[in-house]
Design a protein around this ligand. Structure first.
Ligand code: CP
Length: 362
């Protein structure tokens, strides 16, 4: 059974297949209008969402399928203490595929160990957001005509911004990608992504402190919101929230064909006046999210038919190390749920399989 928990769960060739399917859907909507007839998508959203949940809903409806689920965990039996593992085993009796968003990092991975249907990670804490990445890749293909030979500036909250983490992982698999990081000291990209993703794939990365110094060389500017909900200290959020603001004056410094992406929602980081600039692609990006999720649902359901789930649960990958260490990240699903403690071995030690935090004292 194939799931989409992390961007790298699917190969570059499979990403290209999904993007090409999305492009075909855009051209031939009618052809796909009943390919999921009789199938049901469950959307389990333990965290708020506008775009992701509703684009999944719209995607399944346009494929001829049906949708069930919840948009507020408070209305589900999680309030009675039901675990993620039990929830997905139950929902698997009602639905053919599940899209899950959760504030705990690694919750969708736990779900994939127990579900008999494909699990899609629709965003887990500050960790990953692979379907936003597919949205971003489709947008880049449509806007720039390529996924290689690009200089991308990531600006804003690179620490908590899960869309940034997932997109950097995805882009690092293409040729001649340059990454420029524009963030305050406190919101810098987690060092493991720079080391284990960029350095390992020979992707040059550079940190700069102003947008102005880098705007003229960017092909893509990926803006992000400072993630208020992830801060433990409200004063720190207030101090950092307006660190970088894109406005028409700054846009004048950029290339004529640079595009501005943003996973949205935006707050203050892009002024409303930028919206009318043809290089502002963030609302076109939103619509691409529906098309690429159509392609993803369709593809995962095809793969599930080819290789259904089998055997006992939990179904743990052979590449994972299981032992009794504990992950120190309080936002990790392993801090609150009774799960097998699983780790990846890396060059410099071990990393929690759920949230990728480095394990200390091993
Ligand atoms: N981009 C994104 O994930 O938006 P939502 O939080 O509205 O789903």
């Amino acid at each position: 059974m194939r799931h989409l928990i992390d961007t790298t769960d699917i190969s570059v060739a499979e990403v290209d297949r999904i993007i090409n399917t999305a492009l075909d859907i855009i051209e031939n909507r009618e052809k796909y209008s009943s390919v999921c007839k009789g199938k049901k998508l469950a959307t389990l959203f333990y965290e708020p969402s506008t775009r992701t949940r509703l684009s999944f809903t719209s995607a399944m409806m346009e494929l001829g399928g049906n949708v069930l689920g919840f948009s507020d965990a408070a209305s589900s039996s999680v309030t009675k203490g039901e675990t993620v593992a039990d929830t997905v085993r139950v929902i698997g009796c009602f639905a053919d595929i599940i899209a899950m968003r959760h504030s705990k990092e690694g919750a969708p991975l736990v779900a994939s160990h127990y579900a008999d249907v494909p699990i899609i990670n629709a965003g887990d804490g500050s960790h990953a957001h692979p379907t936003q990445t597919l949205t971003d890749l489709l947008t880049i293909r449509r806007e720039k005509g390529r996924l290689d030979n690009l200089t991308i500036g990531f600006c804003g909250d690179l620490k908590f911004g899960r869309t940034v983490h997932s997109l950097i992982k995805a882009m690092s698999r293409y040729e001649n990608i340059n990454v420029v990081l524009i963030a305050p000291e406190e919101l810098r990209l987690p060092s493991y992504i720079r080391r284990e993703v960029c350095d390992k794939n020979n992707v040059p990365t550079r940190e700069v402190s102003t947008m102005e110094e880098v705007l003229p060389e960017l092909d893509i500017l990926y803006m992000t919101r400072v993630q208020k909900e992830r801060f433990l200290d409200e004063e720190e959020f207030e101090r950092l929230k307006d660190s970088f603001i894109l406005n028409p004056e700054r846009m004048q410094l950029a290339k004529k064909d640079m595009i501005v992406l943003h996973p949205l929602p935006r707050v203050n980081e892009i002024t409303r006046a930028v919206d009318n600039d043809p290089r502002a692609a963030y609302f076109r990006q939103v619509e691409n999210g529906k098309f690429v999720r159509m392609a993803l649902i369709y593809t995962l359901l095809q793969w599930a038919q080819e290789s259904p789930a089998e055997g006992l649960t939990p179904r743990l990958g052979d590449e994972l190390v299981r032992n009794d260490w504990r992950c120190s990240n309080r936002q990790c699903v392993s801090a609150t749920e009774d799960v097998d403690h699983l780790f990846h071995q890396t060059e410099d030690g071990y990393r929690c399989a759920y949230c990728e935090a480095r394990v200390k004292n091993n």
